[in-house]
Write a protein that binds this ligand. Structure first.
Ligand code: HH2
Length: 261
C-alpha cells in the first residue's frame, strides 16, 4: 500500500503534493513502483497534528481519488470521518483505511473493504504517556472485537493493523512488531505501517551512535527492515512511502525465500 498524503503537514511527505495534479502523478508513480493500493489521505494523524475540517479534507482528497480510480488504480481512503469515507467511495475508493477503527458500519453500508487500525487516544494527545497492562493482548483483543462486529455487519474484507506509533511508546511498538505472529494467528489479514516512523528515527540514530533521531527521509533501512520482518511474520500488506524498495524486499521474502521453504 503506497502512501499518498495530500496534506501540508504530514510527518514525512507533507506539502510534497500540494496540487491535485502533483498528487495524482505521485499516485501513478507508486503504482508503477509496485503498489497494489494507493492510500489517499487528507488529514495528518501524526502526534500533535491539528484536526482538519471535513470540507477541507474533502477538497484535498476527492479530485485525487476520482482521478486515480478513473485510471484503474485501487484506491483506499485514509480517513476518520464517515462523510469523507462515503464521498471517497462514491468517487471510486474501494477500501476505507480507518485509523480510528470506528467506520465498520460505513464500510458495511457501502459494500467496501475496511482496514481497522488500533489507536489509543487522539493524535493531539496520544503520545502523552500511553499505557497498557499488556499492549499485545489489548491491541489484539480490540482488533478482533471490531473486526468480528464488522464481519457480522456484512463487511466482506476486514484488515487489522496494530497502529504503530498511535498512542504507543517505542517499547510498545517493538513489542507489537515482535508479536506480529499473534495478530496473523487470528486468521484476519494484517496490515502494518512502520514507514519512516519516529521510533525508526530513534533506533537508527542509536545504531549510528548519534544522540538525535535520524530525519524522516533517512529512515529507509528501518522501513525496509521492519517491512521485511512483517512479511516474514505472515503480514499480508505494509503501508509504505518507499514502495519500490519495500516491494523488492517483499518479493525476495514472499516470492523467493518462502517459495523455497
Ligand atoms: N499510519 C499513518 C497514517 N495512516 N494507516 C494505517 N492503516 N496504518 C498506519 O500505520 C498508518 C495509517 C501515519 O503515517 P503518514 O500517513 O505517513 O503520516 P501523517 O499521519 O502525518 O499524514
Amino acid at each position: 500500500m503506497g502512501v499518498l498524503n495530500v496534506t501540508p503537514d504530514s510527518f514525512s511527505d507533507g506539502g510534497r503534493h500540494s496540487t491535485s495534479a502533483d498528487a495524482v502523478a505521485h499516485g501513478l508513480q507508486l503504482v508503477a513502483d509496485g503498489a497494489d493500493w494507493v492510500d489517499v489521505g487528507g488529514e495528518s494523524t501524526r502526534p500533535g497534528a491539528t484536526p482538519v475540517e471535513e470540507a477541507e479534507e474533502l477538497r484535498r482528497v476527492l479530485p485525487v481519488v476520482e482521478a486515480l480510480a478513473g485510471r484503474g488504480v485501487r484506491v483506499s481512503i485514509d480517513t476518520r470521518k464517515a462523510a469523507v469515507a462515503r464521498a471517497a467511495v462514491a468517487a471510486g475508493a474501494t477500501l476505507i483505511n480507518d485509523v480510528s477503527a470506528s467506520l465498520g458500519d460505513v464500510a458495511a453500508d457501502l459494500g467496501v473493504a475496511w482496514a481497522a487500525m488500533h489507536a489509543q487516544g487522539d493524535p493531539a494527545t496520544m503520545q502523552d504517556d500511553p499505557r497498557y497492562d499488556d499492549v499485545v493482548a489489548e491491541v489484539r483483543e480490540h482488533l478482533v472485537r471490531v473486526a468480528e462486529r464488522a464481519l457480522a455487519a456484512g463487511v466482506s474484507e476486514v484488515w487489522i493493523d496494530p497502529g504503530i506509533g498511535f498512542g504507543k511508546t517505542h517499547d510498545h511498538n517493538l513489542a507489537l512488531l515482535a508479536h506480529l505472529p499473534e495478530l496473523v494467528a487470528t486468521g484476519l489479514p494484517v496490515l502494518v505501517g512502520t514507514s519512516r516512523k519516529g521510533f525508526l528515527g530513534h533506533l537508527l540514530g542509536r545504531s549510528d551512535g548519534a544522540a538525535a533521531p535520524v530525519p524522516t527521509d533517512d529512515r529507509l533501512e528501518g522501513s525496509l527492515a521492519t517491512s521485511t520482518w512483517a512479511f516474514a511474520c505472515g503480514v499480508q500488506m505494509v503501508r509504505a512511502h518507499d514502495v519500490r524498495a519495500v516491494g523488492h524486499a517483499a518479493q525476495v521474502v514472499g516470492g523467493q525465500i518462502e517459495a523455497a521453504a
